[in-house]
Design a protein around this ligand. Structure first.
Ligand code: ADP
Length: 239
């Protein structure tokens, strides 16, 4: 479903050039529960942003359901982003003055399908066990509740892929476990869930763990211990 081939992403120029991703190739099947791990600065967020079409690589190919995303124009990119992806981020990015309902309805308002809005918002809030807070303001929620609203917002348009960047990073252990349990439940409903995490116990609950170091994949392990990556191919001939 997702295929990256020799993806290179650089920032800056000359002396200040940073290779955030250095010829990354991966194939991710529909329904995988995948963790991306690595030290700070190893390229995890850059990889997640490229997967979610929030950022564009300098070179390499990214196929999304067989479509080479290189050929997509800005409008198509945002259409694909809305259609395929739900984003869960560490600091929630909720609008504090909005109610829970108003926060969760935002992606529906940006999509073409605004039918049954109230029912859809209520259903996802029920899934994250937050229906009783539907009229509460974002500012009046705990960290764990905010993250659950963020997850409800990510799934309300029923995307097939959830991208989570350090979803437990700001939470205590117990609340973090609750968030991972919700993400695992979403994965059980045949959604692909990709989690960037520093937390070893979170990574160990995933079916596959990709480890990045200096923008390269140094390990790609599935639960059955087979190497699933295509391996890193020298990008110099492509870029
Ligand atoms: P991680 O998520 O693993 O901490 P990142 O993907 O955020 O790593 O960053 C990878 C490298 O790219 C780091 O060296 C970082 O400083 C650099 N980088 C990321 N985003 C930018 C940016 N917008 N401008 C310049 N450098 C960046």
């Amino acid at each position: 479903m997702l295929k990256l081939l020799n993806i290179v992403k650089t920032y800056g120029k000359n002396k200040n050039l940073t290779k955030a991703l250095d010829s990354v190739s991966i194939k991710i099947k529909g329904g995988e529960l995948l963790a991306i791990v690595g030290a700070s600065g190893s390229g995890k967020s850059t990889l997640l942003n490229i997967l979610g079409l929030l950022d564009i690589p300098n070179c390499g190919d990214y196929f999304l359901n067989g479509e080479n995303t290189k050929n997509l124009k800005d409008k198509e990119l945002s259409y694909f982003r809305n259609k395929y992806f739900g984003f869960v981020i560490q600091n929630y990015a909720l609008i504090n003055d909005y109610t829970v309902f108003e926060n969760v309805e935002i992606p529906i308002n940006y999509s073409k399908n605004t039918k049954n809005k109230k029912e859809r918002v209520e259903k996802v809030l029920e899934n994250v066990k937050l229906l009783e807070k539907i009229e509460q303001k974002g500012s009046d929620l705990s960290g764990g509740e905010k993250q659950r609203v963020c997850i409800a917002r990510a799934i309300v348009n029923d995307p097939s892929i959830i991208l989570a960047d350090e979803p437990t990073g700001s939470l205590d252990k117990k609340t973090g476990k609750n968030i991972i349990d919700i993400l695992k439940k979403i994965n059980k409903n045949l959604k692909t869930v990709i989690i960037v995490t520093h937390n070893e116990s979170v990574a160990n609950q995933c079916d596959r763990i990709i480890t990045l170091e200096d923008g390269k994949i140094i390990k790609d392990k599935s639960r059955e211990s087979e190497e699933t990556s295509f391996g890193n191919i020298d990008a110099s001939s492509f870029c």
